[in-house]
Design a protein around this ligand. Sequence first.
Ligand code: UD1
Ligand code: MG
Length: 448
Amino acid sequence: MSVALIILGAGKGTRMNSELPKVVHPIAGAPMLVHAMRAGATLDPAHTVIVAGHGADTVTKVTHAYDDEAKIVLQNEQLGTGHAVLQAADALAGFEGKVIVMYGDTPFVKPETLEAMIAAKADVVVLGFEPADAGRYGRLVTNGASLERIVEFKDATDTERAITLCNSGVICCAAPLLFELLNKVTNDNASGEYYLTDVIGLARTAGHTATVVTCSEAETLGINSRAELAAADALFQAAARLALLDDGVTLVAPDTVYLSLDTLIGRDTIIEPNVVFGPDVTVESGATIRAFSHLEGCHVSRGSIVGPYARLRPGAELSENVRVGNFVEIKNATIAEGAKVNHLSYIGDASIGERSNIGAGTITCNYDGVMKHHTEIGADVFIGSNTMLVAPVTIGNRAMTGSGSVITSDVGPEALALSRAPQIEKPGMAQKLFDMLQAKKAGMSRSS
Ligand code: UD1
Ligand code: MG
């Protein structure tokens, strides 16, 4: 059975107090909309339709960065959840499979919950939950296993408000039936909105079946403010850290490690305290990421040791048994097996060959103010401390550079390149200088 996803993300999110539309605010390095898309993607949907409104350009950009085949439909005026879903009708014309409607601001719905909804035997399936405080959620009016209708809090009687089973907003229904029912929904209610929730009562009246699948309150957590965004991120982090520990990763101080939605870390890797994993990081098994390192868009292979205080930026590719030490920044560079960049260096737009050693304070001068250039370092090279490698430049295998050199042209294999003023020595000169300076100091203190 093929499935389509409709994710609602047209709302402004006034309480976020932001220039950005709510659904693009990030949790664990990924827009909250992407969390919902990712859960939905596990159903292998034939279509994904995002309903955008406020900040539609930004929503489109974020959507397509994750899935360039997802369709964006516009809801120019936010006339209610039912109206929002109806905007997807044209995009799904001719589609006869099941539709799952999700909210872009509800990031934690689990794939297995969506699968249970697809598998449930009823024409319309609603995801319900029993919150600690039912507050202003829509209430699910049931009769045994049958869901009869959903009543919005504003429209509910006191008896209906006493119902504890609430609507999460996620709903599953065959596309033709969903749109047929939505076309009958009116805005004759306390909010003057077209409610998606009205399709349940309409379905039952027309003789269709409806039921509820339930999940925990944590899964349906919705985000409306920055405080809720931070709380949701904390929940995500707690769960992601536990998952890593279960997968055999050592987190020395789990609460201090920040993870992204897509962070992948192999077994027996050790993560020391205060490490930040930005988006798109993979670390293979048996690596060590030492304290206070910051990684994003990079790959660390088996047995490598990074940090403390290292920064790996997008395009940093570390092969096996590489060492990257303190105060080293690496960007868009491949470091081959066994190579070392141990102290105070910047390696950008470069490749470093096997077993090469990059001395302390080495800088690849990759930017000329207008363009970026590449530095190529061969295998078994020794770059002396404080070498400036002015790119584009190539250093051959087994070559050396003298410390303090500014290397502006290619160095052949096995050559030593030096570019610094020769050392001169003046015997006795230091003592003369000391005597002169001490006499001067004594004269100054007498006259004061
Ligand atoms: C909705 C449900 C309610 C449920 C609650 C769960 C309806 C009528 N009510 O209420 O039963 O308990 O969610 O959180 O569906 N949106 C649009 N366009 C619109 C309106 C909303 O895209 O015109 C989007 C919002 O951006 C949001 C989602 O739909 O992501 C839900 O809208 P919201 O206004 O928060 O609905 P609630 O009143 O909370
Ligand atoms: Mg809401």
